[in-house]
Design a protein around this ligand. Structure first.
Ligand code: CA
Length: 229
């Protein structure tokens, strides 16, 4: 487990330094972000082995950060351990529902924290490291963020990739334009973007899929469905 990167999102400097010191003693590489947005940026760029997330943060709450990490294809497989203050039972429950892997209550002993981190890493690394969605000759390689047709890489934009990923993950179920819009473009942009944006991107995506395009079925006045085995 040595040399693995742990990202710690925590605004209290003394706690951040203490944890960093203890984890470095164990051979981990530790990155610290004191605010959510910077932490999210680091998670995307560095792809840490694990995110240690304090829930009480300025600007963006730990729960929001957790949700954002779990919604992004690039970061959703990274395990998260939340740090919660005593008596915030509901945060803990919400955090676990949002996909956090474990939590630890403040104050904690560094030794306990190290043990928990190692346990979560062992668990998460028992799972397959790569994830590829397949249908016919389509391979959507979530790990590499790559679309392949008959084994050959096809250029695809980030939005098209997310759209195809959502559709392939919901085979034979209709996804409405509104759902696709909110998941791919995010709630914050919801007011500024129209549902026909989805149609435009689906159109582009179909062109890139060639013969396999027919798998994306238009469900009149509702949305789209992916037909695949
Ligand atoms: Ca804090």
């Amino acid at each position: 487990m040595a040399n693995q990167t742990i990202l710690f999102i925590e605004d209290e400097k003394n706690i951040a330094e203490l944890v960093k010191y203890n984890l470095e003693q164990e051979g981990f590489r530790v990155l610290i972000a004191s605010k959510g947005p910077a932490g999210l940026e680091m998670a995307l760029k560095e792809r840490p082995a694990l995110v240690l997330l304090d829930l009480m943060l300025p600007e963006m709450s730990g729960l929001e950060i957790c949700q954002t990490l779990k919604q992004n294809e690039k970061t959703r497989l990274i395990p998260i351990i939340m740090l919660t203050a005593k008596g915030t039972e509901s945060d803990k429950v919400v955090g676990l529902e949002l996909g956090a892997d474990d939590y630890i209550t403040k104050p904690f002993s560094p030794r306990e924290l190290v043990a928990r981190i190692k346990a979560v890493l062992r668990r998460s690394q028992g799972k397959p490291a790569e994830e590829i969605l397949k249908s016919g000759t389509i391979e959507l390689d979530v790990t590499k963020h790559e679309l392949r047709l008959k084994g050959k890489p096809v250029e695809i934009t980030a939005k098209e990739f997310e759209l195809l990923g959502l559709l392939m993950n919901s085979k034979r179920r209709v996804l409405t334009r509104e759902v696709l819009l909110s998941k791919v473009w995010g709630y914050e942009n919801f007011m500024n973007i129209e549902t026909r944006t989805v149609d435009m991107h689906i159109g582009q995506l179909r062109k890139k899929l060639g013969k396999e395009a027919e798998r994306i079925v238009t469900v009149k006045s509702v949305g789209y469905r992916f037909d695949g085995e």
